[in-house]
Design a protein around this ligand. Structure first.
Ligand SMILES: Nc1nc2c(c(=O)[nH]1)N[C@H]1C(S)=C(S)[C@@H](COP(=O)(O)OP(=O)(O)OC[C@H]3O[C@@H](n4cnc5c(=O)[nH]c(N)nc54)[C@H](O)[C@@H]3O)O[C@H]1N2
Ligand SMILES: Nc1nc2c(c(=O)[nH]1)N[C@H]1C(S)=C(S)[C@@H](COP(=O)(O)OP(=O)(O)OC[C@H]3O[C@@H](n4cnc5c(=O)[nH]c(N)nc54)[C@H](O)[C@@H]3O)O[C@H]1N2
Ligand code: SF4
Ligand SMILES: [Mo]
Length: 890
């Protein structure tokens, strides 16, 4: 057996190490016990990585206008078109839109080409939608974009506050680490601040179901409370900070009753949170998109940083603010300067830095000013200022706010290039040139996780067909644009060495991001010049996960700012005084609900990868609109039915779910369903493109919407071996099943047109078995070929009359149906019915909701008991919060 390949999970910013071993023609993926981020743990997505490696959906050859071309043709075309736009309209008429899913090496090369050689800073990244408020807040407070803390702090803290973070689903391994620490040390307190009662609340001592968007009041009020309670560390403030007077004066009026009213919380809850924070020196506040994705995100970040600065709790063991990153390489992108308002290696567009980087790169035409931020950038594409756009590793047609506007922009753009792994995405449909990029398993380079830890992604698969690494693609275009010398890379290690050298170039501890120590590992040379690092390739290959800064060979840095020295000129941190602001658009009579959008446990973004695993789709397989039961009743919605959510610019149609854990007045819908997977579930289409004035990050979580019932005349589903074009149905979703595809359909017609439509489309009079009850508008049909099931379709007036899909799906795995299965096919359940397992809760071991409820009814009273009885929750543990909730609710 081959040695396992040691690499890093390509999903979230936790950055778990994984070990990949070949097995049965595929690969087994395990958690790496030696990786400090996860110490062997994995979540359901990481555990299912082996199921996402197929080449089915991959883009394998370069294409122009949908036709296969050679690499030479495609690269020449991209270089020539970019060159001609630049020659005619100047460098600001072109742009790159890149992604936190690129490796650092890819990102570095793209940034160097745009900022150093094309001479524009029009390169922005999807991290703008994700982290940019945290970046801006940290820069204002600390003088640099530095995350002070590390994961261990979450384990040794006595108080962990998770604000605007559903870590149980979005950062499951970090969540498991917190849960394990709390289990070992029950005195540790966990507070969750989120309008919804999420799976993360499972370990919470206190859940503050905050009114959407009101977090600033809570934290500004906390600062005032700390002052009144005598809990401010005045010595720290004097010695290590500035501007605290203004910050404190500004909050002087914010008392608990006022805060409670603004935040829609009880005074008792606010008081008890304030008390906990006041008396617990070891406090970590972890924040994510509930804070960042806001039109006042930067100020909210600073409101959080203020309370930590005021108590001297920054970068101390177990005491720090902690901005957790979303994508696997959100941090790496910030490090190379992938945001339009940064230059490179954590340097801004100051005259000094511009001069320094241009000397280092030997780049005479370096950009002199920041470029356009994502939303502005697409506006510039739309109004023709940008005439050539290259999108890499992101799907803006789905993920931008006002997404239809972004689609229109790309449609209007004379030249759109996309580098992607997948052949069909919403963005791919708009690109003139499609370039096949290497995917996880093939890529070779580094990523940085949320705790500043740089890890290697190592390949274990050959490059399929003509797929190539992103850095190679960009460098080839650069060479063809005339920048041969600056982009002559042969290996990712050469790029990394240059990136590391730049980080240390004329640094002298004045910049936080410095990894030049990694170079001295092999060369022993003084860093500063752009010398060759001949033996670095070996060190790079064997690089162990390490936290930056690294200024000395082999020595990483767990925490920053422990000494109280910051990166502003003065060496001090800054408290920011900024009045709290509500979301840009308030609900009104026409749009009375707040639209909250976010993640589900087992899907990743636009489902291009997680959507390949049937196991991951077993947990939640349809886009939903979740409301509080009181709201459902008020607007006459039925759980299981369909609802339309309307915003200012678009609408979403999705399945209604009811949950008392939803805050009344709020609606939650997941972000994952794209136009490739659904008729109308792209949530971005109805979110107005309002952004934070400083960071440019969109307000993704507080759009006002109306919700109305969708009076479907019929509902149904089709299971088939091949994906079906469903566009004739007003409602459809399409996901992978165990051995084929599953389509959920609905429409307004009084009588369902699909039984006839299917038979027309698939012909073959003989193979069909049909059971139609026209009086009740109930239709069941299946197509068999040599006893193998090809299509099964059920339609009914009521969605609740349709059978569960699991058993029918299982028939697709069989080469031939036996008589009993054939007879039961149109009943939708086996004749000697084994009980239906229900929706899958434990994705790893395939344990369903009904089995769990039955086990609970039979006396299983704890997660451990469910584990013993059903094995549920015994692999990755991501479903444990849900198991606990089922136990509590039964
Ligand atoms: N399974 C899964 N995991 C992922 C991803 C994925 O696609 N799928 N994506 C990764 C990425 S890129 C990111 S950025 C992270 C995001 O990770 P998170 O930020 O944890 O995820 P979200 O679901 O976007 O939002 C977090 C929570 O913010 C809450 N929220 C909404 N409005 C407010 C508010 O006004 N105040 C407060 N306090 N909370 C509010 C929402 O109810 C939600 O529960 O996840 C990463 N991990
Ligand atoms: N309404 C709403 N919208 C949101 C959010 C929200 O909470 N609510 N969250 C925002 C956030 S935080 C984020 S991070 C974005 C994410 O949004 P996107 O970045 O648009 O989502 P992905 O599906 O991850 O898109 C990645 C694309 O790159 C491809 N890809 C993956 N790896 C590689 C690679 O190595 N090379 C290349 N060339 N291609 C690759 C994939 O096939 C996929 O098509 O969505 C944002 N949009
Ligand atoms: S928590 Fe899960 S998705 Fe995130 S890196 Fe770890 S295994 Fe991957
Ligand atoms: Mo993100």
């Amino acid at each position: 057996m081959r040695e396992p390949v040691r690499t890093t999970c390509p999903y979230c910013g936790v950055g778990c190490g994984v070990l990949v071993t070949p097995s049965d023609g595929g690969f087994t993926v395990r958690g790496d016990p030696e990786h400090p981020a996860n110490l062997g743990r994995l979540c359901s997505k990481g555990a299912a990585l082996g199921e996402t490696l197929s080449l089915d959906d991959r883009l394998l050859y370069p294409e122009i206008e949908g036709a296969r071309v050679s690499w030479d043709t495609s690269l020449d075309t991209v270089a020539r078109r970019f060159r001609s736009v630049i020659d005619e309209h100047g460098p600001d008429a072109v742009a790159f839109y890149v992604s936190g899913q690129l490796l650092t090496e890819d990102y570095y090369v793209a940034n160097k080409l745009m900022k150093g050689f094309i001479g524009s800073a029009n390169i922005d990244t999807n991290s703008r939608l994700c982290m940019s408020s945290a970046v801006a807040g940290q820069k204002r407070a600390f003088g640099a974009d530095t995350v002070p803390a590390c994961y261990e702090d979450l384990e040794i803290a006595d108080l962990v506050t998770l604000v605007g973070s559903n870590a149980a689903w979005a950062h499951p391994v970090v969540f498991q680490r917190i849960a394990a620490a709390k289990h070992a040390r029950p005195g540790m307190k966990v507070v969750v601040i989120d309008p919804r009662r999420t799976a993360t609340c499972d370990i919470a001592d206190l859940h503050l179901a905050m009114a959407p968007g009101a977090d600033a009041w809570l934290f500004l009020g906390l600062l005032n409370h700390l002052r009144r309670a005598g809990a401010i560390d005045w010595a720290y403030l004097e010695r290590h900070t500035q501007d605290f007077g203004a910050a404190l004066t500004e909050v002087a009026e914010l008392t608990i009753p006022g805060v409670a009213a603004q935040c829609g919380l009880s005074e008792a809850d606010v008081a008890s949170y304030y008390r906990l924070f006041t008396v617990t020196p070891k406090a970590v506040t972890l924040f994510s998109q509930g804070i960042n994705q806001s039109s006042s995100g930067v100020d909210k970040v600073n409101a959080i940083l203020n309370v930590h600065l005021a108590t001297g709790r920054v970068g101390q063991p177990g005491a720090s603010p902690f901005s957790i990153t979303g994508q696997p390489n959100a941090m790496g992108g910030r490090e190379v300067g992938g945001l339009a308002n940064q230059l490179a290696a954590h340097m801004d567009f100051t005259p000094e830095a511009i001069d320094r980087v241009s000397r280092f790169w030997e780049a005479p035409s370096i950009a002199k000013k920041p470029g356009l931020k994502a939303v502005e950038l697409f506006d510039a594409v739309r109004d023709g200022r940008i005439k050539a756009l290259w999108v890499m590793a992101t799907n803006p047609a789905v993920s931008l706010p006002d997404a239809d506007r972004a689609v229109a922009a790309m449609r209007a753009c004379p030249f759109v290039v996309l580098s992607d792994n997948n052949r069909d995405t919403d963005t791919a449909r708009l690109a003139h040139v499609r370039l096949p990029a290497a995917a996880w398993g093939e890529k070779n380079g580094t990523v940085t996780n949320s705790e500043r830890r740089i890890s290697r992604q190592r390949p274990f698969l050959p490059l399929p067909a003509e797929a190539r690494p992103d850095w190679w693609i960009v460098a080839e275009v650069a060479k063809r644009m005339g920048f041969e010398n600056a982009f002559n890379y042969r290996e990712p290690s050469e790029i990394f060495a240059e990136h590391a050298a730049l980080s240390g170039f004329e640094n002298d501890s004045r910049r936080d991001f410095d990894i030049s120590g990694l170079l001295s590992l092999t060369t022993g040379s003084a860093v500063g010049a752009k010398e060759e690092h001949p033996s670095f390739a070996v060190a790079y290959d064997t690089l162990k996960p390490i936290q930056w800064p690294v200024t000395e060979a082999g020595r990483g840095t767990a925490r920053m700012f422990g000494s109280g020295r910051y990166y502003h000129e003065s060496g001090k941190a800054r408290l920011v005084a900024a009045p709290p602001r509500p979301p840009a658009h308030a609900p009104d009579a026409g749009r009375p609900f707040v639209f909250n959008t976010g993640r589900i446990r087992d899907q990743w973004h636009t489902m291009t990868r997680s959507g390949k695993s049937a196991r991951l789709l077993a947990h939640i397989d349809e886009p939903f609109v979740e409301l509080h039961p009181d709201d459902l009743r008020r607007i006459g919605l039925q759980p299981g039915g369909l609802a339309r959510v309307r915003g200012a610019s678009g609408a979403v149609l999705a399945r209604v779910t009811s949950s008392p854990e939803q805050r009344p007045g709020s609606v939650f819908t997941p972000i994952h369903w794209s136009g490739c997977h659904s008729a109308q579930a792209r949530v971005g289409a109805l979110i107005p493109a309002v952004t934070d004035p400083i960071s440019g990050q969109p307000e993704f979580k507080q759009a006002p919407v109306a919700v109305e019932p969708y009076a479907a005349g019929w509902h149904g589903f089709v299971l088939s071996r091949q994906p079906l074009d469903c566009t004739e149905a007003e409602y459809w979703t399409r996901v992978r099943g165990r051995a084929g595809w599953r389509h959920e359909l609905a429409g307004l017609e009084a009588d369902c047109p699909w039984p006839d439509r299917l038979r027309q489309r698939f012909g073959q009079e003989d193979g069909w078995i049909v059971m139609h009850d026209r009086a009740h508008k109930r239709y069941r049909l299946a197509l068999l070929q040599s006893d193998r099931v090809e299509i099964v379709a059920f339609f009914d007036r009521e969605p609740t009359a349709l059978p569960p899909r699991q058993w029918l799906e299982s028939l697709f795995v069989k080469a031939a149906l036996d008589d009993a299965e054939r007879a039961a096919l149109l009943l939708g359940r086996p004749s000697r019915a084994a009980p239906d397992s229900g929706r899958i809760v434990c994705a790893c071991l395939g344990v369903g909701e009904h089995d769990i409820r039955r086990a609970i009814a039979d006396g299983a009273s704890s997660v451990d008991a469910l584990g013993t009885k059903l094995k549920a929750g015994t692999n990755c543990g991501s479903c444990i919060p849900e198991l606990k909730r089922m136990l509590a609710n039964t």
